[in-house]
Design a protein around this ligand. Structure first.
Ligand SMILES: O=C[C@H](O)[C@H](O)[C@H](O)COP(=O)(O)O
Length: 240
């Protein structure tokens, strides 16, 4: 679920500071959401000024924004290898910059924009994954609902299994669409409320093995640093 407390000034500070980390001649993972968008626009301005970079988009929305900003794009298999037995021989992703919905002790909940499956692929493949958030996202423990992308036919069975785990699943719908939200991958999202998540790693493992789950929004042990922006334009680097 999206937290709406953060200001644009704080998001801009985090996103634009992280965009300065992009080195010439590298491949950068381009995150999804309003905070990552500040980073994408800043990278676009650096490309205009001569930066040589290739981007790997984490969603349809990130791809459209990167195109608009003039960032040359490649697909994930182009940089990770695509032939059988060839995985990992490509250039790889040097740096990924992406937002989050909640951060506690360096672990994340993502997927407020239903993009977490591809985000996890790209962010995890990066040598360095930098998260960009405003202060409203940082909490002591994770306790927001966890977005879970499911195969459409599995929405009921996953909801039942989530209940067995002590959670409550709600099929995500959108304000301006009849019916459920459909992800970029053609799947559905159930938001699973567990209350306070004391052991995110254990919950991540339990969710991953449920039949029909494509990907969940718990990012445990994946982030290298979290750039936390505030309204005054300062950025605090945590868990680095
Ligand atoms: O699916 C969407 C992503 O995980 C976003 O990175 C996340 O929702 C944060 O977005 P925002 O920066 O707009 O709060």
């Amino acid at each position: 679920m999206k937290r709406t407390g953060g200001t644009d000034a704080a998001k801009r500070a985090a996103g634009e500071t992280a965009a300065e980390l992009v080195d010439d001649g590298t491949v950068v993972g381009l995150g999804t959401g309003s905070t990552a968008a500040f980073a994408i626009r800043a990278i676009g301005r650096r490309v205009d000024a001569g930066l040589d970079v290739r981007g790997v988009a984490t969603s349809f929305a990130a791809r459209e924004l990167a195109r608009e900003c003039g960032i040359p794009l490649v697909e994930l298999p182009d940089v990770t290898g695509v032939e059988p037995g060839d995985c990992g021989v490509g250039a790889g992703i040097d740096l990924a910059i992406d937002g989050a919905d909640q951060v506690a002790d360096g672990d994340l909940i993502k997927g407020g924009g239903a993009a977490h499956a591809r985000e996890k692929l790209v962010d995890d493949a990066a040598d360095r994954f930098v998260v960009v958030v405003d202060r409203s996202k940082v909490t002591e423990t994770l306790d927001d609902p966890v977005p879970v992308e499911v195969l459409p036919d599995a929405r009921g069975s996953v909801a039942d299994r989530v209940a067995d785990l002590g959670g409550e699943a709600t099929l995500r719908t959108a304000d301006r669409k009849d019916g459920p939200v459909v992800t970029d991958n053609g799947n559905l999202v159930v938001d699973c409320a567990f209350g306070r998540i004391d052991d995110p790693d254990a919950l991540a493992t339990r969710l991953s093995v449920l039949p029909g789950v494509v990907e969940h929004g718990l990012f445990v042990g994946i982030a290298d640093e979290v750039y936390v922006g505030d309204d005054g334009g300062d950025v605090d680097v945590r868990w680095g």
